[in-house]
Design a protein around this ligand. Structure first.
Ligand code: 8YV
Length: 324
């Protein structure tokens, strides 16, 4: 590349990805990771051909309407795109791309980590050892529950839901799923011979475990509310690697306090990083700071996927993973 095109990158990139952007483009990087306000981002976008953003950049219809005309593509380094009004981008002639596929395995590994940690009370066990409160062996102490032979409901059978199902089946779980539409027989077989439920509410009563993989949309916002938790078996376990907004925090917290739900494993939260403070007081919850895709290999692959999209679009070709 001849550094012909100007690119603005809103957040710090993995070093190898940053080096490629810097080598191929007339780039404004942000390796200090200072946060842009919306106004500052729009000002910095002036004269740029492309933007690389992340899920912390909120690109509403208003913001996209003000985007300089020079901007042809905005590549988000994430698979989720609830932070971008894709229809508004289309109206403004801006191509939006995301980073599907490359983070499927890492994120579903995190889902498995949450399932195991919640079932086996990893947070409480860890605290006992770290705080020097471990009294030695007792038959009945810090007991968790098995995954083997339990029913796992998958809400949203996209790539990550299927990969999690595949893993959980290897742990002996019986897989059920709800998705807007039934997936192919091949994909159901890969996902541990998963059984389809057309109605999510009808699936909940058989979910010993529930793993959330739905994107956050107006339809899925606060999907897991008090009424739906009440439909689940007593002592069920909920894990979420999707978006915090799919869960009603107050309802989940009440159910974890009452014992209706045995435990939860959460990698994502509404309003991150300012999570509902009550979560921190609960012992029966295993929490991670949104690191679903957080491996060296995967973050590199996400960054390179975004750059591949810039390369294609700026060279006049079709985007590789377009959203519009
Ligand atoms: C990202 C994610 O790390 O890709 C997504 O949608 O949730 C994570 O993998 C995060 O959103 C950073 O952009």
């Amino acid at each position: 590349m001849s550094k012909q095109f100007k690119v603005l990158v809103s957040r710090r990139l993995p070093v190898d990805v940053a080096a490629r952007v810097d080598q191929d483009y007339d780039a404004v990087l942000n390796q200090e990771d200072d946060r842009y306000s919306t106004e500052a981002l729009l000002a910095a976008a002036e004269g740029k051909d492309a933007l690389m953003v992340s899920s912390s950049d909120k690109l509403s219809a208003d913001v996209l309407a003000k985007m300089p005309d020079t901007v042809r593509i905005i590549a988000t380094v994430s698979v989720g795109y609830e932070h971008i009004d894709v229809d508004a981008a289309t109206k403004n002639g801006i191509i939006i791309t995301n980073t599907p596929d490359v983070l499927t395995e890492a994120t579903s590994d995190t889902g498995m980590l949450l399932l195991l940690a919640a079932a086996r009370r990893a947070h409480e066990g860890q605290a006992l050892v770290r705080e020097n409160k471990w009294q030695g062996f007792a038959m009945d102490y810090n007991l968790g529950v098995d995954l083997m032979n339990k029913r796992l409901g998958i809400l949203g059978m996209g790539r990550i839901g299927r990969a999690l199902a595949h893993r959980a089946a290897a742990f002996g779980m019986k897989i059920h799923y709800h998705n807007r539409s039934r997936v192919s027989a091949d994909l159901e077989a890969y996902a541990g011979d998963a059984e389809y439920h057309e109605d999510a509410d009808e699936m909940l009563p058989i979910c010993d475990f529930l793993s959330i993989h739905s994107p956050l949309t107006p339809e899925t916002a606060k999907f897991l509310n008090a009424e739906r938790i009440a439909k689940m078996p007593d002592g069920a376990i909920v894990v979420n690697t999707s978006r915090g907004g799919v869960v009603d925090d107050e309802a989940l917290i009440a159910a974890l306090k009452s014992g209706k739900l045995r435990a939860a494993g959460l990698d994502v939260f509404e309003g991150e990083p300012n999570i509902h403070p009550e979560y921190r007081n609960l012992q029966n919850i295993f929490m991670l700071p949104h690191i679903g895709s957080g491996t060296v290999e995967t973050r590199n692959a996400m960054g390179f996927c975004a750059v591949d999209n810039l390369d294609a679009v700026l060279a006049g070709k079709a985007a590789i993973t377009p959203l519009n």
